[in-house]
Design a protein around this ligand. Structure first.
Ligand code: FAD
Length: 385
C-alpha cells in the first residue's frame, strides 16, 4: 500500500496551488474525481484580478498575490495578468450608496465624474448614471495558464497527480488518514480538503461536522456585439455597484453576467436561459449596445463559508485533516498568496512574511483563519463585501 506525507483532494486551482506549495517540502499526492483537472469552477471564472475585491482577508490576499503573480510569471516565462481597469457604475440610489459607502473608500478605487465614466465605456447611456469609480490596477487573469503552471511545479517537485479517482472513504489510522479511492486506498499523514463545492461532503465523509460551505450558482454568457456597437477590445471590466450585472470584452464579443447567487448542490450546473436573458436585459438597460444573442454560456459554483471568508486550517478534534476552501469569487486572484498561506498553516509554520504583513489583523497565525471562520450559531449575518 502506498503512503504519502500529504494527500490533497481536489484538482481545481485551490488543490493544485496548495499541492505545489506543499511539494516544496514533502511528498504529495493530488487526487481529482474527474478525468481532467480544472473541469469545475476553476474553468468557469470571469478571469479577473481586482485589487480591493472581497472581504478584508480576501483583499489582503489579492494584494499579496500581486508580487507573487509577477514571480510566477518570471518562472513561467509568460505573464498571468494583463491590465484591464474595472469601472464600477451606480444607476440608482441604492447602488450609489453602495458605491459611496463601500467601494469608493477603498484605496484601490478612484472616483470618476459621469463624463469620465462615459469616456471609459462609451457604450453607457448617459441618462441614469449617477456615480462611478475606477480600479486602475485591475487585470485580466489567465486561470488555466496559472493552473497549468502550478500543476507543472507540483510535478517538477516530485508530486503525483491521479485523475478519475474520487475519494470515497476517509478514515483515521494510528498515524494519520486512510484515503479510499474506489477499489484501493492510500495512507497519509495529512489530508487537505480543497474540493470547492464538495468540501463539506468530504468533511462529512471524514466524520467531521460540516462548516456550512455552500455553493452559489453564477452564469456567464458570451454575447454577440451587434455591428456598429461601441465596443473596443480594451474597454474596462464594467461592474454594477449593486452587483446586478457585469460586462467585459471577450475578443470580438462581450462577456456578460447577471451576477446571480442562486443556492445549488455540488455538481455540474448548466446555464438557465432566464439567467442568460437577465444578463442581456440588464446590460441593455444601461447601454446602447442592443445585445440580442449569445455565442455560448456557462454556469459555475462559487462556494462560500457562512461568513463568506476563506477557510484555511484544521480542527483540533480531527488532527491531520486540513481545509483550503470557501474561495467564493476570489479563488483565482488570491491563489498565489492563499496557497502559500495554506501550506504554511498546514505545515504548522508561520505564514510567509509578505502574506502576514498584508493580512495584518485578519487571520495571521496557524489555524487562526479557520478558528475565526467557524460558524457561530445564531450570530449576525456577515456583510456581503
Ligand atoms: C461565474 C464565475 C466567475 C468567477 N470569476 C472569478 C474571477 O474573476 N476572479 C477570481 O479570482 N475568481 C473568480 N471566480 C471564483 C473562482 O473560479 C473559484 O474561487 C475557484 O475556481 C475555486 O477553485 P476550487 O479549486 O476551490 O474549486 P473547483 O475548481 O471546483 O475544484 C474542486 C475540485 O474538487 C474535485 N472533487 C470534488 N469531490 C471530490 C472527491 N470526492 N474526490 C476527488 N476530487 C473531488 C472536483 O471534481 C473539482 O475538480 C468565479 C467563479 C464563477 C463561477
Amino acid at each position: 500500500m502506498l503512503t504519502y506525507g500529504t494527500v490533497v483532494v481536489g484538482g481545481g486551482i485551490a488543490g493544485v496551488s496548495v499541492a505545489a506549495e506543499l511539494a516544496r517540502e514533502g511528498d504529495v499526492l493530488l487526487v481529482e474525481a474527474e478525468a481532467e483537472l480544472a473541469r469545475h469552477t476553476t474553468g468557469r471564472s470571469a478571469a479577473s484580478y481586482i485589487p480591493g475585491h472581497g472581504d478584508a482577508p480576501a483583499r489582503a490576499l489579492v494584494a499579496a498575490s500581486r508580487a507573487r503573480f509577477d514571480a510566477l510569471a518570471e518562472e513561467a516565462g509568460h505573464a498571468f495578468l494583463r491590465p484591464r481597469p474595472v469601472l464600477h457604475v451606480a444607476h440608482d440610489a441604492d447602488e450609489e450608496r453602495v458605491l459611496r459607502e463601500e467601494v469608493l473608500p477603498l484605496d484601490t478605487v478612484d472616483e470618476l465624474t459621469v463624463g469620465e465614466a462615459l469616456a471609459y465605456w462609451p457604450a453607457l447611456r448617459p441618462e441614469g448614471l449617477r456615480a462611478a469609480g475606477l480600479v486602475p490596477d485591475a487585470q485580466d487573469a489567465d486561470p488555466i495558464g496559472l493552473h497549468q503552471h502550478f500543476r507543472r511545479a507540483l510535478r517538477a517537485r516530485g508530486g503525483e497527480i491521479r485523475t478519475g479517482t474520487p475519494v470515497t472513504v476517509l478514515t483515521t489510522t494510528s498515524t494519520g488518514w486512510r484515503v479510499g479511492l474506489g477499489d484501493e486506498h492510500v495512507d497519509a499523514d495529512l489530508v487537505v480538503l480543497a474540493a470547492g463545492a464538495w468540501t463539506d461532503r468530504l468533511l462529512a465523509l471524514a466524520g467531521a461536522v460540516p462548516l456550512g460551505l455552500h455553493p452559489l450558482r453564477r452564469t456567464i454568457a458570451i454575447a454577440r456585439v451587434p455591428d456598429g456597437a461601441p465596443v473596443r477590445r480594451d474597454d474596462p471590466f464594467v461592474v454594477s455597484a449593486g452587483e446586478r450585472w457585469y460586462a467585459k470584452p471577450e475578443g470580438e464579443h462581450l462577456l456578460v453576467s447577471p451576477s446571480e447567487e442562486t443556492p445549488a448542490d455540488p455538481g455540474d450546473p448548466r446555464p438557465d436561459e432566464l439567467d442568460v436573458a437577465t444578463a442581456l436585459e440588464r446590460v441593455n438597460a444601461v447601454t446602447t449596445l442592443g445585445l440580442r444573442s449569445v455565442v455560448t454560456s456557462w454556469t459555475g459554483l462559487r462556494t462560500f463559508a457562512p461568513d463568506r471568508s476563506l477557510v484555511v486550517g484544521d480542527r483540533p478534534e480531527h488532527p491531520g485533516l486540513h481545509l483550503f476552501a470557501g474561495q467564493g469569487g476570489s479563488g483565482i486572484e488570491t491563489a498565489p498568496a492563499a496557497a502559500a498561506l495554506a501550506a504554511a498553516v498546514i505545515r504548522g509554520q508561520d505564514p510567509p512574511t509578505d502574506v502576514a504583513v498584508a493580512l495584518g489583523d485578519h487571520g495571521v497565525g496557524v489555524g487562526a483563519v479557520l478558528a475565526r471562520r467557524l460558524p457561530s450559531p445564531g450570530g449576525p449575518a456577515a456583510p456581503r463585501r
